[in-house]
Design a protein around this ligand. Structure first.
Ligand code: PNS
Length: 160
């Protein structure tokens, strides 16, 4: 079966990577899709988020793409059978349940929800972004090598 792990990944966290690795073990193929959530303002461009994910996913068989348009359309066009989402706590479930039901209503695609490993449940990309933007150290919360990329991208943004 082909699975997709969609998300904003702004930036990728250790919690995201845990879910991607577990999906990689469960399914024949995994696509990680950098999507657009219209209610969010992003710190990193889609291309920068892809670069961070490609580094994080070294050692997995996952491929990383930018998702334009509807997730269900991408799944139909690319013969993807299942959407995989990680769940940290109850509020994640409420949000993800509604999205899963809407995606199912659109095309019948199924969503599989994986509980985040407990050691990562406090990590959110929103907090990582905030800490990094204010000069804090986020090394413990993102996969190895990601802080260097984040620093470079933030420096480029400040210089430009
Ligand atoms: O990490 P996030 O912000 O929770 O990811 C949300 C994302 C990008 C997976 C979601 O917004 C999405 O699927 N966007 C693509 C557009 C789409 O299909 N929207 C309808 C969702 S019901």
């Amino acid at each position: 079966m082909r699975a997709i792990c969609p998300g904003s990944f702004d930036p990728v966290t250790r919690g995201h990577l845990d879910v991607i690795r577990r999906a990689d073990r469960l399914f024949d193929e995994v696509v990680v899709a950098v999507g657009r959530n219209s209610s969010k303002n992003y710190l990193f461009t889609p291309e920068q988020r892809v670069e961070m994910l490609e580094l994080a996913c070294v050692g997995t068989s996952a491929t990383v793409v930018i998702l334009d348009g509807l997730l269900v359309d991408f799944c139909a066009d690319n013969e993807i059978d299942v959407i995989v989402k990680g769940l940290r706590y109850a509020s994640d479930f409420e949000y993800e349940l509604q999205m899963a039901q809407m995606n199912h209503a659109l095309t019948g695609i199924e969503t599989a929800m994986l509980p985040t490993a407990s050691q990562f449940s406090h990590i959110s990309a929103t907090m990582v972004r905030q800490i990094a933007s204010l000069g804090g150290d986020v090394t413990a919360f993102v996969p190895p090598g990601i802080t260097d990329l984040m620093d470079r991208f933030l420096a480029e943004r400040d210089a430009g």
